[in-house]
Design a protein around this ligand. Structure first.
Ligand code: MN
Length: 194
């Protein structure tokens, strides 16, 4: 089975203690589950939605993606809601399945090109779209990068591919958070080397 290296960096909006962003990763058998989510707003209300979402993922990560989103949607109805992206990788076949709702950016960075995976409009807990899964065939050496809108995409696009692919993902995640996080929002980035 592939050895996967994962880096994650997250921090709340400047001046806040509670973080409305969250993440959950899990590896079992030959499966890898990667999720990041962003509770709407910031501070306590966003963190409450985010914590509820985390508890659902911990319980349901082995369920089909559509079931995970539907379960989280029900559980988050009386919260501000979250936007969320979930990537599920079969580490034997390297097939990636992705579903995202709302403003979460997910990219696969290969030697030749970067592929953006599509998230659907909506808010988990408020307006859930029909969940569509997208698939993408990975190869060894690919990098999966997921981040919330607290990271500036336009700045991040300047980040060299060699750095993303070459360096330790935890180091790179922390560097990106330092350089490209917006002071006025919670910010999270996850990088997985497949
Ligand atoms: Mn945000």
């Amino acid at each position: 089975m592939a050895e996967v290296k994962i880096g994650i960096a997250t921090r709340p909006r400047n001046g806040y203690f509670e973080n409305g962003d969250g993440y959950f990763t899990k590896q079992w058998d030959d499966m890898l589950f990667l999720a990041i989510f962003d509770g709407l707003g910031h501070g306590k209300v966003a963190a409450a939605a985010s914590e509820r979402c985390l508890s659902i993922l911990k319980e349901y990560y082995q369920a089909p993606l559509s079931v995970i989103f539907a379960t989280a949607h029900d559980a988050l109805r009386r919260t501000r809601g979250v936007v969320m992206g979930i990537a599920l990788v079969n580490l034997s076949t390297l097939l990636l399945r992705y579903a995202g709702v709302g403003n979460i950016a997910t990219m696969v960075i290969s030697d030749e090109q970067s592929t953006h995976l599509i998230s659907m409009d909506g808010i988990v807990g408020y307006t859930l779209p029909t969940i569509k899964e997208f698939t993408h065939q990975l190869i060894h050496g690919d990098v999966i990068m997921m981040y919330t809108d607290g990271i500036s995409s336009s700045n991040l696009s300047l980040c060299p591919r060699e750095q993303l692919k070459g360096a330790d993902p935890q180091f790179v995640s922390e560097e990106i958070l330092k350089k490209h996080a917006k002071s006025e929002d919670d910010a999270t980035i996850l990088i997985a080397h497949i």
